[in-house]
Design a protein around this ligand. Sequence first.
Ligand SMILES: [Zn+2]
Ligand SMILES: [Zn+2]
Length: 370
Amino acid sequence: MKMHAAALHEYGQPMVVEEIEIDDPKQGEVLVKLAASGVCYSDYIFVEGKPLFESPRPIVLGDEGAGVVEKVGPGVTTVKPGDHVVMSWMYMCGQCRYCTVGRPNLCDVGRGPEIGQGYLADGTTRMHKGSTPYYHFIGISTMAEYSVASENSVIKIDSDIPLDKAALLGCAVMTGVGSVINTAKVETGASVAVFGAGGVGISAIQGAVLSGAYPIIAVDTRANKLEFAKKFGATHTVDASKTDPVQEIRNITGVGADYTFEATGNVKVMRQAFEAAGRGGKAIVIGAAGIGDEVSINALDFPFTEKSLIGSGYGSARLRVDIPRLLNLYKAGKLKLDEMVTQTYPLVDVNRAFDDLREGKNIRGVLVMD
Ligand SMILES: [Zn+2]
Ligand SMILES: [Zn+2]
């Protein structure tokens, strides 16, 4: 079948929206007609030319989306044609050690070489133009009219949820909210500081609100981001371009925050997040730094302060539990998704969407397919 897709032919070059072919789903796979795809920083770094991993090209980008199942391959049991689904870049096999102990975000297959290098889990692709293969971006490639993915990467959702909002659960919202409620398990009344008020940081702020944290301090260098943060529940804002955020967080909390979240991917900010945590506090790193980057912290803080520096990947999500749960909170008015989508774009305007992302104009831009 022919479809339009946004493909990256070379790192550092603009995306090309073109007509390519997509094959039918194979064993355990589904064909999804996409309604929306989030525009994520994880995509942008490939366009910018600083990819997190080497992938063959051309590659169809897009790491969060939602749509309607069009066809299923043999053996598929969790969805059927007509079902509304969220597409998540977190593939979970359901059987490895990590999946079994309830940490499917660390799944052996999901973190395996095939999905990280442009293939589906069986090591082949379903997209091509003539005889030229087009590669899959972390198993889902949502910047297209259709996607073939494993059923392990799609989660059925209620059909009354707008798909352009549900798409955000595929990456940003799950990552940010999950870092607070799953990874850190922030308790009511604990103090929280979030570094970086982009899509993931705003979602972490929403997680802090859901946890009953106070104060909730948002740190960013851009005034418009701090204004966004207040609308999502930040009780205090710190403009790190004007003041030392570590000192300011100590001033607000008295001793440093109980939990700090780093959502920028900048190693200097990771250090600040660690320093801004109080004694016994936890600094949670969500942001992805560059390949080979190292973070430097005062090693004596470990025994002297019992602080921890911990990682959070994809919000420690258990997809089939957490995505429906968060969408229920959305329906109940407790999780703000409508307000996060500050701009939509047609697929052909994908490069404009990335320009706006680079300039920090949106909380989340979303591509909406016809
Ligand atoms: Zn993403
Ligand atoms: Zn697994």
